[in-house]
Design a protein around this ligand. Structure first.
Ligand code: ATP
Ligand code: MG
Length: 631
């Protein structure tokens, strides 16, 4: 499955388009199957219904763990770097990880978890998070990892949507100089979650926690009750592996569903080829396992390839802004995969904390999560890669399971801000508003895919119609990504951003509607409208226009703003807090009642000279008022 030259890339690409089934069958054969599949691909994008490797039986943990035991059981699988650099890091070999996964899988079983049950995982970035994920996969339980920064309400929504039976959490988490109470947040969430029978709590911070008799149990106590013998459950290629919730631009998050066979093949294939992974490489992906990037490129992709993957508990700026470079130096990292928002925030601090570290182990740099701006691209290239490490700007989504458009490190010629070319098996197409294909080069349009790849989402949990509506109905016969895209004269792809209204704050995707809903829950708020504006560090900042039932005085306005921030934090989490709140008496609405965001966006950007046509507004005077009060 390994591509080594640009020629081989072109050949693989050609093969994958001319005969996708034989292309992917050859790759899938390199994995360990209990029983071979009978049909490589069945699909239609109308229902949609996509099935890869039908009839094939496997367990992904046998591929990620067991099959490496004979050849490289004593190689490190996971290196854990704690939040506090003075705490010892931990290395788990493949043998140790296998042992711990089997033990925790037995803990889950002992607590009534069976194949098909959903398990919510809300944990800090500790090895036990990966262990819990793999333990679910071992016994065929479906994991739903919820990012450790989410609020009780967000956790409750996700638990209820998936009807999770068990929650795995920790007493608390360390992030920078903060201690975050996880278990007490879970307790708040569980007030409204009748499906949950057990909560398994790992000790991390020793924060006092309440433990409810009959429901809450300690991870460490449970481990004493089990052995390390846990044969893997035999799974169908199309059995569910996990649910992962996207940020949800319409308020209610979507539970993206991935299945065992196709996801495994795709995560491993893309990991190997995009990063040009070599045996023995140390791979450091800085994402949280709570996001798809962590699922595919901290856990499943690297482990399926027998790589060594770093799990980092902390933040890029603690104890100082040289932490990534410190980790790179300390663990001799070869592949570094991070996000533009992290690069931009570190750029701002100058070079002293870069230059006092040895970064010569680095071979490949990766970027993911949002378009990388030119300045950040060059800073990454010049100061981190010292102009000798290729940058792979990887474009993909929760729904795609793995990277779709990206250079292959050292093979594809890179170009700043371009994700460059589709990987083998990926058939992008640009369409106009009416779904008509835009052919040729030097064009831009809405980015769609016309053929399935093994890692494509299968459904949104519990609501297949929503999956159809969101991804397959806009342009019949195509998978619609929601992103705008430019294809330049060389056929290189550049993602230009989202076509809809979703904010990208520090690499976190947050729906404007989601933030508005949260603000509107605050007492006294009548209505609100949220837009993004350019923010040096976060990429996008959140600007909220808020109508309250009583126009607050200056003093009250300050207090009310702080209260609104507290409400948003409680409902969604701190990442969604508006950077600016402007109180207004009305919003620019069309006669049909739709808010004209285009105008609000311009005002938020400080560009009020040309607001375009405002005559279709119900009350054009409201625009002047908003302009005058702009922050
Ligand atoms: P929701 O669909 O609910 O809004 P989501 O889109 O926020 O959730 P992800 O699946 O993590 O969350 O993000 C995928 C999106 O991130 C892509 O659609 C794209 O807009 C952006 N993105 C990711 N990687 C890149 C990249 N390399 N270049 C440009 N944009 C990127
Ligand atoms: Mg999306």
């Amino acid at each position: 499955m390994r591509i080594r030259t640009f020629n081989e890339y072109q050949e693989a690409y050609k093969h994958s388009v001319e005969d996708p089934e034989s292309f992917w069958a050859e790759i899938a054969q390199e994995f360990q199957w209990r029983k071979p599949w009978t049909k490589t691909l069945q699909w239609n994008f109308d229902e949609p219904n996509v099935k890869w490797f039908t009839g094939g039986k496997l367990n992904i943990t046998e591929n990620c763990l067991d099959r490496h035991l004979l050849t490289q059981g004593d190689q490190p699988a996971i290196i854990w770097e704690p939040n506090d650099p003075n705490e010892a890091s931990i290395t788990l070999t493949y043998r140790m990880l296998h042992d711990q996964v089997c033990r925790f899988a037995n803990v889950l079983k002992r607590n009534g978890v069976v194949k098909g049950d959903r398990v919510c995982i809300y944990m800090p970035m500790v090895p036990e998070l990966a262990i819990a994920v793999l333990a679910c996969a071992r016994i065929g339980a479906v994991h739903s990892v919820v990012f450790g920064g989410f609020s009780a309400q967000s956790i409750a929504d996700r638990i209820n949507d998936a009807q999770c039976k068990v929650v795995v959490t920790a007493d608390g988490a360390y992030r920078g100089n903060k201690e975050i109470p996880l278990k007490s947040t879970v307790d708040d969430a569980l007030i409204g979650c009748p499906s949950v029978r057990k909560v398994i709590v790992l000790t991390r911070t020793r924060t006092p926690v309440s433990m409810l008799k009959g429901r809450d149990i300690w991870w460490e106590q449970e481990l004493k009750q089990v052995t390390a013998d846990c044969p893997a459950e035999e799974m169908d290629a199309e059995d569910m592996l996990f649910i992962l919730y996207t940020s949800g631009s319409t308020g209610k998050p979507k539970g993206v569903v991935h299945t065992c066979g196709g996801y495994m093949v795709y995560a491993a294939y893309t990991f190997q080829n995009v990063f040009q992974y070599e045996p023995g490489d140390i791979h450091f992906c800085t994402a949280d396992i709570g996001w798809i990037t962590g699922h595919s490129y901290i856990v499943y992709g690297p482990l399926a390839c027998g790589a060594t993957s770093i799990i980092f508990e902390g933040t890029p700026t603690y104890p100082d802004y040289g932490r990534f470079w410190d980790i790179t130096d300390k663990h001799k990292v070869n592949i570094l995969y991070t996000a533009p928002t992290a690069i931009r925030s570190l750029m701002g601090f100058g070079l002293d904390k870069v230059e006092n570290h040895d970064l010569s182990s680095l071979r490949v740099l990766g970027s993911v999560g949002e378009p990388i701006n030119e300045e950040a691209w060059h800073w990454y290239d010049d100061h981190i890669g010292k102009n000798r490490c290729p940058i792979v700007d990887t474009w993909w989504q929760t729904e795609t399971g793995g990277i779709l458009i990206s250079p292959l490190a050292s093979i594809t010629k890179t170009k700043p801000t371009y994700a460059t070319l589709p990987l083998p098996g990926i058939q992008p197409i640009l369409v106009d508003e009416n779904g008509k294909e835009i052919e040729g080069n030097g064009v831009s349009g809405n980015l769609c895919m016309k053929f399935p790849w093994p890692g494509i989402l299968r459904t949104t949990y519990g609501d297949h119609e929503r999956c159809r509506q969101t991804y397959f109905a806009t342009y019949p016969g195509l998978y619609f990504t929601g992103d705008g895209c430019l294809r330049d004269e060389d056929g290189y792809y550049r993602i230009t951003g989202r076509v809809d209204d979703v904010l990208n704050v520090s690499g976190h995707r947050i729906g404007t509607a989601e933030v508005e809903n949260a603000i509107n829950m605050h007492t006294g708020v009548v209505e609100s409208a949220v837009v993004g504006y350019p923010h040096d560090i976060k990429g996008q900042g959140i600007y909220a226009y808020v109508i309250t039932d009583q126009q607050p005085s200056d003093h009250d306005a300050d207090l009310t703003k702080r209260d609104i921030l507290a409400t948003v934090t409680r409902v969604i989490g701190p990442i969604a807090k508006p950077d600016k709140i402007q109180f207004v008496t009305g919003l620019p609405k069309t006669r049909s009642g739709k808010i004209m965001r285009r105008i609000l966006r311009k005002i938020a950007e400080g560009d009020t000279s040309n607001l375009g046509d405002t005559t279709t507004l119900l009350d054009p005077a409201v625009v002047d008022e908003i302009k005058e009060g702009a922050l």
